[in-house]
Design a protein around this ligand. Structure first.
Ligand code: NAD
Ligand code: UDP
Length: 318
């Protein structure tokens, strides 16, 4: 028998992929999303198989019946979106988390949190293990997201200690794939769209900063494995692909796979932009028997194919 599952942020990039996997294994899905950064297009293909509720999780939750599990993915994830209304971003992470934890507590439902590598800030330890407490600026332009997610982790662990709520916390490192929003300013979607449109790739700073990119299918597999662990496994567990690249290397790969060798243009580096980021994934390997399978070249080719199709449809319509 399938479970009854609440997915918040289900109309977003990651949430929509998670919903596909839950439906494929026979679960019943209710999706809450305020459509701030997500889109109904991401869940169009499953609209008649799920219950969609347009709602902001900072507000008291509507009565939606009993859930076995809650996946909380609601939060804008790209810097331009989470910085657009930082107070709302903070409320989403903290007030939204409180509302969902209360639901989990009263319903005795398991709750999963999509936390982030941003809890490590601009890390002074490299690569980053879960035991590292981070190097976060508490008053900078990224703090609404970083400190919001850190506050959410605090609430989760206090609810577990005070009320015995079963919590599952993963820290996601940069993830990419089909259904990323072309407008949200993340580096992979920016570079792919720019390269396909024969526009210069916008490298911020000197492009020597690094990130480790995980393909979406691998990440969602990790989500499902984490939710299915025994109750005492709480995390936090890093999920990401440890292969690390500079933005210059990424630009080169994107140009290689689009076949359009467009030039680079150098813009200023955003404030507090982390210089390097790479997950230690030994916990995920050991506890979840999980490791990423799709490497960057393959993942980029799949993502480029998606954006090519999207851009073609858009130009047909205009
Ligand atoms: P996304 O912006 O595509 O999805 C977030 C979804 O949450 C959107 O559909 C948005 O409309 C919804 N949302 C935002 N605020 C809400 C609110 N107050 N109430 C209800 N819905 C709300 O981003 P994503 O990449 O799919 O990220 C999903 C989750 O994973 C986020 O919590 C993000 O912090 C986390 N995460 C993602 C990455 C990544 O690389 N993609 C990395 C680290 C963490
Ligand atoms: N970046 C870039 N060009 C872009 C967008 C981003 O060089 O068009 C850089 C950005 O400064 C950062 C890295 O790419 O160093 C990853 O940025 P993204 O916004 O994708 O994720 P995050 O900074 O949250 O890891």
């Amino acid at each position: 028998m399938g479970k009854r599952i609440l997915v918040t942020g289900g109309a977003g990039f990651l949430g929509s992929h998670l919903i596909d996997r839950l439906l494929a294994r026979g679960d019943t899905v209710v999706c809450i999303d305020n459509l701030q950064t997500g889109s109904l297009q991401n869940i169009e293909h499953v609209r008649d198989q799920i219950t969609f509720v347009e709602h902001d999780i900072i507000m008291p939750l509507p009565e939606l019946g009993k859930f076995d599990e809650i996946f909380n993915l609601a939060c804008p994830a790209s810097p331009i979106h989470y910085q657009a209304d930082p107070v709302h971003t903070f409320k989403t992470s903290v007030l939204g988390m409180l509302n969902l934890l209360e639901l989990a507590r009263t319903q005795k439902a398991k709750i999963f949190q999509a936390s982030t590598s941003e809890v490590y800030g601009d890390p002074s330890i490299h690569p980053q293990p879960e035991v590292y407490w981070g190097n976060v600026n508490p008053i900078g332009i990224r703090s609404c997201y970083d400190e919001g997610k850190r506050g959410a982790e605090t609430l989760l662990f206090d609810y577990a200690r005070m009320y015995g709520v079963v919590i599952k916390v993963v820290r996601i490192f940069n993830t990419y794939g089909p259904r990323m929003d072309a407008q949200d300013g993340r580096v992979i979607s920016n570079f792919i769209v720019q390269s396909l449109q024969s526009q210069p790739l916008t490298v911020y700073g000197n492009g020597e900063q690094t990130r480790s990119f995980c393909y979406v299918d691998d990440l969602i597999e990790g989500f499902l494995k984490m939710m299915d662990t025994p109750d005492h496994i709480q995390g936090p567990i890093n999920l990401g692909n440890p292969n690390e690249f500079t933005m210059l290397e990424l630009a080169e790969k994107v140009n290689l796979w689009t076949g359009n060798h467009v030039p680079l243009t150098f813009n200023s580096l955003p404030k507090d932009d982390p210089k390097q980021r790479q997950p230690v994934i030994s916990e995920a390997q050991h506890v979840l028997n999980w490791h990423p399978k799709v490497m960057l070249d393959e993942g980029l080719q799949r993502t480029i194919a998606y954006f090519k199709e999207r851009l073609a449809v858009k130009s047909e319509r205009s």
